[in-house]
Design a protein around this ligand. Structure first.
Ligand code: FES
Length: 94
């Protein structure tokens, strides 16, 4: 198991039991997502969350969507960042 801190992310405030069937906590699911799992099945392949009764699959899907949204909020395609609109003003206005 890789910790969030090891891959450059702060630890969540609370670590809730997400998948009761397999005793998987939210933190473990988040690590799977941040390591590249993009679907509920991929998370299940990584850590077994969602592979029992299935009642936690909706929560896992929500976590995936929130993480994708969070990533999207903090990154722009390099082509956009190269536009003058996003260029930093290096000299003060006169
Ligand atoms: S609670 Fe996660 S599969 Fe049952």
């Amino acid at each position: 198991m890789v910790s969030l801190a090891a891959i450059g992310y702060p630890m969540p405030v609370a670590d809730l039991l997400l998948c009761q069937c397999n005793a998987i906590y939210e933190r473990e699911v988040l690590v799977c997502i941040r390591r590249g799992a993009r679907t509920v099945d991929e998370v299940g392949d990584e850590c077994d969350a969602g592979t029992g009764c299935g009642s936690c699959r909706g929560a896992i899907k929500t976590m995936i969507e929130e993480e994708q949204q969070r990533k999207g909020e903090h990154s722009l395609p390099p082509e956009l960042l190269a536009l003058p609109l996003f260029a930093r003003n290096k000299s003060p206005k006169k």
